[in-house]
Design a protein around this ligand. Structure first.
Ligand code: TXA
Ligand code: MG
Length: 321
């Protein structure tokens, strides 16, 4: 039962009654279900083929709703929420019992955020319940930044897709845990680390540990292969000359203003002037286009290592494993 397009009221009604609704956020499209309904949440894992050790982010429309989901909201959270919500920042805070263990993969903390997309806010308000939503793509694949991407990846396993146009940020939210004295960054994302540290001081960065298995990583989003195209991807340093490999059909993914020579079968330039916000907004769609271009290999230029470039480099490296 995939209905698309649909009204927000009917989509909200589907959420309230245990169905799966894909909806736009400013970061990527989410695959939503009522976060307080374990059977509905279980269907998210099934639809995405996602392992249950990987917890889901809970979305709410306004600050007043946050206290129904988390049991503590420390001063640091208040500062961050005032500055960055609604927006691409997820905070991990102690959960209340209303959130089933399946949502948090058995952890005592729940990831929560208020998204910035007007359609998401309206939908969440109309639904009234907190909504658990991972990115609306099959597990490990490329995140969706349009409604068509969702339909291509999940098809009939989602009950309804709300189309809100292409996502403006284009990278998933930054995930910051406030479960310990010192905040820990679990995933780089749409809210740059520099901006967070300017507000709350130094943040510890969780490192993935290649010697441990996937379930034992500090955050499951740290899986080394993630956000990945089917085509082999090779990452080269920022500003290094990109050249095709002889005898192979090569594609190029580049920020713009990066040196390259030779004949690439397809070149995806993310931004004419190298603007990192534009690069982020176009990144996943460009990766899909290259993946569908019958290439042997994609060569991806690293981004400058500041601002959104840090999250872009993270996604690029994980896509290359
Ligand atoms: O921008 C986003 O964050 C999008 C939109 C839809 O909001 N959602 C998203 O969800 O990217 P997902 O499931 O693809 O990635 C969420 C990641 C998890 O893999 C995990 O690393 C981390 O967030 N996470 C969620 N809840 C957590 C928790 N309770 N403790 C630690 N990490 C958590
Ligand atoms: Mg995801």
């Amino acid at each position: 039962m995939t209905s698309w397009p649909t009204t927000l009221q009917s989509a909200a009604e589907l959420l309230r009654t245990g169905y799966l609704v894909a909806f736009p956020t400013e970061t990527v499209y989410g695959l939503g279900a009522d976060a307080t309904n374990p059977a509905a949440v279980a269907r998210i894992f099934e639809a995405k083929q996602r392992p249950t050790f990987d917890p889901l982010i809970v979305h709410v429309a306004k600050l007043a709703q946050v206290e129904s989901v988390v049991s503590q909201f420390p001063e640091t959270a208040r500062l961050l929420a005032t500055e960055f919500w609604p927006g691409p920042l997820t905070l991990v805070l102690p959960k209340r019992d209303i959130i089933p263990d399946l949502v948090t993969a058995g952890l005592s903390g729940v990831g929560i955020r208020i998204p910035r997309h007007p359609v998401a806010i309206e939908l969440l308000k109309a639904a009234g319940c907190p909504v658990a939503a991972p990115s609306a793509n099959p597990f490990g694949g490329i995140s969706p930044t349009t409604a068509q991407h969702v339909a291509d990846g999940l098809g009939s396993s989602v009950d309804c897709i709300v189309d809100g146009g292409p996502c403006a940020v284009g990278l998933e939210s930054t995930v910051l845990s406030l479960m310990t004295e010192r905040p820990v960054l679990l995933r780089h994302g749409g809210c740059p680390l520099e901006d967070i540290e300017r507000l709350i001081g130094p943040v510890e960065i969780a490192r993935s540990d290649p010697s441990r298995d996937d379930a034992a990583q500090p955050a499951p989003g740290m899986l080394s292969r993630h956000y990945a195209p089917a085509t082999r991807l090779i990452v080269i340093p920022h500003q290094q000359l990109a050249e095709p490999i002889a005898g192979l059909r090569c594609g190029l993914l580049t920020a713009g203003k990066q040196p390259f020579s030779g004949r690439f079968v397809r070149i995806e330039t993310l931004s004419d002037d190298g603007n990192l916000q534009t690069c982020a907004a176009n990144f996943f769609a460009a990766m899909r286009t290259l993946d569908a271009s019958d290439l042997d290999v994609i060569i991806g230029h690293e981004f400058p290592p500041h601002g959104l470039g840090v999250a872009l480099n993270d996604r690029l490296r994980r896509a290359a494993h």
